[in-house]
Design a protein around this ligand. Structure first.
Ligand code: HMG
Ligand code: MG
Length: 298
């Protein structure tokens, strides 16, 4: 029997904010992470040590990571695209780093200026430094069902890349529907291929809600035994190199669905709702969470 315990990885401070056009003050990012540290989350992706020329919003990565109040029972992973990023992350005290690649040549080129093969070599180099420094590495595979440039993506390519990342030493693979085009149909096909090469407890599903399919895709993934999901407070998010990609699925909506369906997340929904409202006000917009806006009126 599979467990009813779910782990949510809150990616709002990173995936949520990286695409914002307005420069968000570091203090707001820090306060967001500190607030999120009090609701029962066990993993909060804090920032990215990427090139500031590519993603200006994350230029304050060091400032953010060194200023937040880190709780001992919470992991604060950060993204690194290369050894330079990893070293800067370690220098700023990171204990967990996420590497990323995509199951699409064009997306890799647009997002990280390298081929899929070169990207695997970068991960290999990162792994070597990470091992020496006792840094845990999480691996992202993007475009797991569709690419904004190439269209539908082969489940086998996703499975092969996931296997390689696990073999290199990633403790978990987050399967990213980067542009939110997946449906329970395409997500099922993808998961069936990946589950042939990877144990279910090493997989996470990372959804964006562009087509309104994110909760359905999570429900479908639960049926396959997936118990770790990435989500973003207030449904913030998008990827600067994935045109048209909307926000990640809202953490509030995922928690509402899971609690209503008998799953245990350890997260306090009321507190989450207020943080979603707070950050949305800071960004000058209404929350992207349906449960959030409903419960604020209730
Ligand atoms: P490049 O231009 O080919 O790299 O970019 P380069 O080595 O030629 O370096 C260019 C400049 O960047 C140099 O500075 C480097 O020093 C600097 P200059 O000499 O010109 O002054 N640089 C860096 N600075 C800070 N930190 C670094 C770093 N590396 C180089 N780590 C590179 C290649 C990979 C660096 C670039 O393409 C990049 O940073 N890409 C990141 C893009 C990104 O962050 N995308 C969003 C995250 S992925 C995502 O959102 C998907 C996900 O959510 C899952 C899903 O939804 O599917 C995870
Ligand atoms: Mg994403």
């Amino acid at each position: 029997a599979t467990s009813n315990k779910i782990k949510l990885v809150e990616v709002g401070p990173r995936d949520g904010l990286q695409n914002e056009k307005q420069v968000i003050p570091s203090e707001v990012k820090i306060e967001l992470i500190n607030k999120l540290s009090n609701v029962g989350l066990t993993s909060i992706e804090a920032t990215s040590f990427v090139s500031p020329k590519w993603v200006p919003q994350m230029a304050d990565a060091r400032q953010v990571l060194t200023s937040i109040t880190q709780k001992p029972d919470i992991s604060y992973p950060v993204l690194a695209p290369n050894v330079k990023g990893l070293e800067a992350a370690i220098e700023a005290g990171a204990k967990e780093v996420a590497v990323f690649s995509a199951a699409s040549e064009t997306f890799n080129k647009k997002n990280t200026n390298c081929t899929m093969e070169e990207s695997m070599n970068r991960v290999e180099a990162i792994m070597e430094v990470a091992r020496k420094n006792n840094v845990k590495i999480r691996g992202y595979v993007s475009c797991v069902v569709g690419c904004p440039y190439e269209g539908p993506v082969s489940p086998q390519v996703v499975a092969d890349m996931s296997k390689r990342l696990l073999d290199m030493g990633c403790y978990e693979i987050s399967l990213g529907d980067t542009i939110g085009v997946g449906t329970p149909g395409s997500i099922s096909n993808m998961l069936e291929a990946v589950l042939k090469v990877a144990p279910v407890d090493k997989l996470a599903v990372h959804t964006h809600d562009t087509y309104g399919q994110a909760l359905a895709n999570i429900l479908c993934s639960l049926d396959y035994g997936i118990r770790t999901f990435d989500s973003s407070i207030a449904g913030l998010g998008g990827c600067p190199y994935a045109p048209g990609a909307k926000g990640n699925v809202a953490t509030e909506d995922v928690v509402y669905m899971l609690h209503g369906s008998g799953y245990d997340t350890g997260i306090n929904l009321d507190e989450l709702i207020h943080i979603g409202d707070w950050i949305s006000q800071k960004l000058g917009r209404s929350t992207g969470s349906r449960a959030g806006s409903a419960l604020l009126l209730a």
